[in-house]
Design a protein around this ligand. Structure first.
Ligand SMILES: O=P(O)(O)OC[C@H]1O[C@](O)(CO)[C@@H](O)[C@@H]1O
Length: 548
């Protein structure tokens, strides 16, 4: 059954929210706290090892109630049931969206085309487990009968970003296998990766849902050529495996059926790390940690599905995102992780969030007359404090930010961790409170500045504050907690799509550039005069051709 198509701006709650917005837009967070002693407790959620503080957001309980009304009016509840039970909610591609089934329990039933898919999911999980265990233990040997030392994941987009982010984030839990990622069609990328590798002890995992992606196929072909410079053809079977839905294409490439880990078209590329696309994760961490991550995600699925919206982390997070996007007209949102391990987290989220909700027509094909999608960006703290925080603090743009931090570090260096986390808490407080004129004056007086110098400086030193943040304080970074966190953002994407009345699970927008690149490649490699391009592109192409 299709998702209910409701233009959110025509709902009663939307017009109430518009009126309400006018009463709240100039209110300062400091005052909201002053007038509501219970605010911090009422607007935060404790769930398992997550403490999520939504109270430093520019809303009141009335805002929240209206946003919850909006969720009801667009039938979020009904949509959630359709999402989990495998209805064809990716209508434009005629598919269900079932990354949640990849982490469901063995006794669950999820039906696609009249067939329960869970047994098949578990069969593939078993093969991921058996393969990873055999490689890690050394039972499965290289062509020359040695143990594998290195794994190279060849893929792009969802076939790269998820595994790369998770392996980096969970490197504390890693085993002896060195893992590498080749994604960009830039030949310098793969050359840099392979230059120090020993082909004799390296396993290549070619990951492509479609197995038609130019970047991945070019890299896989070039790497195979590099491999065959020092290895016989028969070694390919032991050193190359693939993950794909397109078995025929993989076989055409030269990888045997027994070395192919299947996936399904009801798993979107950007939500695929829970499938065999996560093979490199399982190889790098061991299957048990991979499974822990899946279990964590499943716990978040249950929380999302079963918790009332008022205490539901992904629901609150998504509603606030809509609130800032459509009412405050915030142009972007930041994700700042206070853990160097989460260095790639914002990059990973960019695909999930922006490929999904970067749409400008509604589910009936009408052009949207409201904003959808959020620009997402971020870098870990404290580094980012010394890079772009100035703009968040004192710039003209409103940038709501998620702050993610952990109560315990992994290596246990408490002194460093206390310093890191002091910054974590200090920043959200500073963003909220700012610094007013009186405080600035008294600080300058203490410095003994003359009245005229003080007058000149005051306005530059004032921080308006009132910058919204949501704090995710999690006990510790583990495979399980990371699984929960990723699943939280996946559900947030879904909810936003429901409210904005758009299809979140296709990505036609990336096709145009791909098609044009194919044409241009033929022209560059042929003797074209580039006559079919605009004047600017013609000049650029001619310049390139002269120098390349
Ligand atoms: O896994 P594939 O089929 O190679 O696709 C890679 C990526 O390309 C896209 O289709 C478009 O960027 C993504 O959605 C996908 O994750």
């Amino acid at each position: 059954m299709a998702l209910k198509a409701t233009n959110p701006t025509t709902t009663k709650s939307w017009s109430k929210l518009s009126d309400h917005f006018n009463t709240i837009k100039d209110k300062h967070l400091k005052d909201l706290f002053k007038h509501d002693a219970l605010r911090a407790d009422e607007l935060s959620v404790s769930w398992q090892d997550f403490y999520v503080d939504f109270s430093k957001n520019r809303m009141t309980t009335e805002t929240l109630n209206l946003l919850l009304e909006l969720a009801d009016e667009v039938d979020l509840k009904g949509s959630i049931s359709k999402y989990f039970r495998g209805d064809v909610i990716n209508e434009t591609e005629n598919r269900a969206v079932l990354h949640t089934a990849l982490r469901a329990t063995k006794d669950a039933t999820v039906t696609v085309d009249g067939k329960n898919i869970i047994p098949e999911v578990y069969k593939v999980k078993e093969s991921i487990k058996a393969f990873s265990n055999a490689i890690i233990s050394g039972e499965k040997k290289t062509y020359s009968d040695n143990q594998f030392t290195d794994v190279v994941n060849i893929g792009i987009g969802g076939s790269d970003l998820g595994p790369a982010m998770v392996v980096d984030a969970l490197q504390f839990y890693k085993n002896h296998l060195n893992t590498h990622f080749v994604s960009n069609v830039d030949g310098d990328h793969f050359n840099e990766v392979v230059k120090n590798l020993n082909p004799k002890t390296t396993l290549f995992v070619v990951v492509s849902k479609t197995f038609t992606t130019q970047e991945t196929l070019s890299n896989a072909n070039s790497i195979r050529e590099w491999f065959l410079k020092s290895m016989p053809k028969e070694a390919v079977g032991k050193h190359f495996v693939a993950v794909s839905t397109n078995i025929a294409k993989v076989e055409e490439f030269g990888i045997e059926k027994s070395n192919i880990f299947p996936m399904w078209n009801w798993v979107g590329g950007r939500f695929s790390l829970w499938s065999a696309v996560g093979l490199t994760i399982s190889l790098a961490l061991g299957y048990n940690y991979f499974e822990d991550m899946l279990e964590g995600a499943h716990e978040m699925d249950l929380h999302f599905k079963d918790t009332n919206f008022k205490n539901n982390i992904p629901v609150l997070s998504a509603l606030l995102s809509v609130w800032y996007n459509n009412f405050f007209k915030a142009e972007s949102q930041a994700v700042i992780s206070y853990s160097q391990y989460l260095n790639q987290f914002a990059t990973y989220l960019q695909q999930g969030i922006m490929e999904s909700n970067g749409k400008s027509v509604d589910r009936e094909g009408h052009t949207l007359d409201y904003q959808s999608g959020t620009i997402i960006w971020g870098e870990p703290g404290t580094n980012s404090q010394h890079a772009f925080f100035q703009l968040i603090h004192q710039g003209t743009k409103l940038i709501p930010a998620d702050f993610i931090g952990f109560s315990k570090s992994l290596h246990g260096n408490k002194e460093h961790h206390d310093k890191l986390m002091s910054n974590f808490f200090a920043q959200t407080e500073a963003l909220m409170n700012g610094k007013n004129k009186d405080v600035v004056i008294s600080e300058l007086e203490q410095q003994g500045l003359s009245k005229s110098k003080m007058k000149k400086l005051i306005s530059f030193k004032v921080f308006e504050g009132n910058k919204p943040t949501t704090t995710f304080l999690i006990d510790q970074l583990t495979p399980r907690s990371l699984g929960k966190l990723i699943a939280m953002y996946e559900h947030k994407i879904f909810i936003e799509g429901v409210i904005w009345n758009i299809f979140s699970y296709d990505q036609f927008g990336v096709e145009l550039g791909k098609q044009l690149a194919k044409t241009i490649l033929q022209e560059i490699q042929g003797d074209s005069t580039f006559i079919n391009h605009d004047k600017s592109t013609q000049n650029l192409l001619k310049h390139y051709k002269k120098l390349s």
